[in-house]
Design a protein around this ligand. Structure first.
Ligand SMILES: *Cc1c(COP(=O)(O)O)cnc(C)c1O
Length: 521
């Protein structure tokens, strides 16, 4: 492809991106396709001769769009958000345009240095303790990882290395393999699946600890498990505390956990993948108190801070622990400016790395701190709007308190009802939500995700939810009515269990029980 054609192609694509974003509200948030749909639309072999860009371009609507889940639709309220903004998209384009790999300073000085600076900006915006920043005196610093999952694994591997060194210092004769086989890690049973996975990948048993009724991991629980492990000859090494769990956006108790880690020389990693973005607003910073105990802190600008995937921000207090864990020297990787700037290859799992700081830089400059604060506050205000809708309808209950942009709610009564509601909403595909459980109760998670989301979209979602809830409740009442007509009263009286089940369901729905019972008899 020549430059002239590239310009035409990219201009058409930019128009397409804008049209797509502007049409998001009108597209059904979930696609209608079945597995295997795509292979039916394109040939089984790659083309022998190159095609025209126009042919490829026209296949975007025909082949791709029918199978796209519109994550940035204002009707997408599932999981957590994935960020998207025009400045970030341009940053991605430019990164591809420059197209280097910045594994060391010399491999692309701008790539490394812009990352150092933007990570300092971002860390200051969040109010992180200065020990985490590259611009402070000590060995702290920030690095962009591909995902929170990678950050958790990086923390685990660094923790392992640090603990081995620590133990070897006191017991020089102890075998490294034996030490490693005794290390254990801890997290709550509410932490993201990627935390458990990091234990698998890093060969360290990851204990999933129970939480309190606010889904928060407490110090006493951790201490108790550590004691059991120590008694079994094991060595507590790594703990992942979550600020904003994936299920209910709960916050682990850092003020209790932190001192335990310090005393026991354990590495404390904080996973704030989603909620961390809120710390750009000073009013939410109290939620990270205790962060001063952490060895590493991570959040995803690619979730709630308008920077397209992938961009996961990791800070460590002592970058030497990463370098000691990951440094593998080769003559072709060394350069004469070593030590003056970070060589980020030592701070991550892969060697190669993209110029991701560009999109972060564009976002930070084009939105500014105030623009980003506004984005967070806007999302939370919309979540409050949804919360008050749920509160004002007595058929529903909020199960765990609203946290950030997440509301966990359900229909009062048996899980079956909420299950039915959830299935109906998913089948209609007008909005997208995810379900979860809380203490055996089925809940629906509603998250304000898209940057395009407005008050009217919250009301649209609430209308969709209540219209389906009403249908369920009407059909329930109706069914009960039919049963009463068909079955003699006596029979019902004898099957007390059955009647109990019905009344329980009805109570849960807040329908006047007396009235329905009257109908039955
Ligand atoms: C989303 C999420 C993750 C995973 O993030 P990736 O960047 O996709 O790895 C980890 N932890 C929490 C709490 C999350 O919400």
């Amino acid at each position: 492809m020549e430059a002239k054609e590239f310009k035409e192609f990219v201009k058409a694509t930019v128009d397409k991106i804008v049209d797509y974003n502007e049409s998001l509200r009108d597209r059904k948030v979930l696609p209608d396709v079945e597995p295997g749909y795509l292979s039916k639309l394109i040939p089984e072999e790659a083309p022998q001769k190159g095609e025209s860009w126009q042919d490829v371009f026209s296949d975007i609507e025909r082949v791709i769009m029918p199978g796209v889940t519109h994550w940035n639709s204002p009707h997408f309220h599932a999981y957590y958000p994935t960020a998207n903004s025009y400045p970030a998209i341009v940053g991605e384009l430019l990164s591809a345009g420059i197209g280097g790999v910045g594994f060391s300073w010399i491999a692309s000085p701008a790539c490394t240095e812009l990352e150092v600076v933007t990570m300092n900006w971002l860390g200051k915006m969040l109010g992180l303790p200065k020990e985490f920043l590259n611009c402070s005196e000590g060995p702290g610093g920030g690095v962009i990882q591909g995902s929170a999952s990678e950050a958790t694994l990086v923390g685990l591997l660094a923790a392992k290395e640090r603990m081995v060194r620590h133990i070897k210092k006191e017991n020089p004769d102890m075998d490294e393999g034996i030490i490693k086989s005794k290390l254990v890690a801890y997290t709550s049973n509410q932490s993201n699946s990627s935390v458990e996975k990091s234990g698998l990948l890093g060969s360290m048993p990851m204990r999933l600890l129970p939480v309190d009724d606010k889904c928060s991991l407490r110090g006493a629980t951790l201490l108790e498990m550590m004691k059991t492990d120590r008694e079994a000859g094991l060595i507590p090494c790594y703990i992942v505390a979550t600020l904003g769990t994936t299920g209910t956006c709960a916050f682990d108790n850092l003020e209790e956990i932190g001192p335990i880690c310090k005393e026991n020389n354990m590495w404390l990693h904080i996973d704030a993948a989603y909620a961390g973005a809120a710390f750009v607003c000073p009013e939410y910073r109290h939620l990270m108190s205790g962060i001063e105990y952490a060895d590493s802190f991570n959040f995803n600008p690619h979730k709630w801070l308008l920077t397209n995937f992938d961009c996961s921000a990791l800070w460590v207090k002592d970058s030497r622990s990463l370098i000691e864990a990951f440094n593998v020297e080769r003559i072709y990787l060394t350069h004469d400016k070593e030590g003056l700037c970070p060589d980020y290859r030592h701070w991550q799992i892969p060697l190669g790395r993209r110029f991701r700081a560009l999109k972060l830089w564009f976002v930070l400059r084009l939105y500014g701190i105030e623009g980003l604060q506004e984005h967070i506050r806007h999302s939370i205000n919309l979540a409050k709007r949804f919360e008050s809708r749920v509160q004002s309808d007595e058929r529903f209950e909020i199960v765990t308190e609203r946290s950030m942009g997440l509301i966990c709610f359900r229909l009062k009564g048996e899980n079956l009802l909420t299950r039915d509601l959830y299935d109906r909403i998913l089948k209609r595909k007008r909005i997208y939500l995810t379900a979860a459980t809380y203490q055996d109760r089925l809940i629906i998670r509603f998250v304000v995700c898209s940057r395009l989301c407005l008050e009217e979209d919250i009301d649209y979602a609430w209308n969709e939810i209540t219209s389906q809830a009403s249908e369920i409740i009407n059909s329930q009442t109706h069914q009960t009515g039919i049963e009463s007509a068909e079955k003699p009263v006596k029979k019902l009286e004898h099957s007390g269990k059955h009647l109990g089940a019905i009344t329980a369901r009805i109570e849960g729905l807040n329908i006047n029980k007396a009235k329905v019972l009257q109908k039955i008899s």
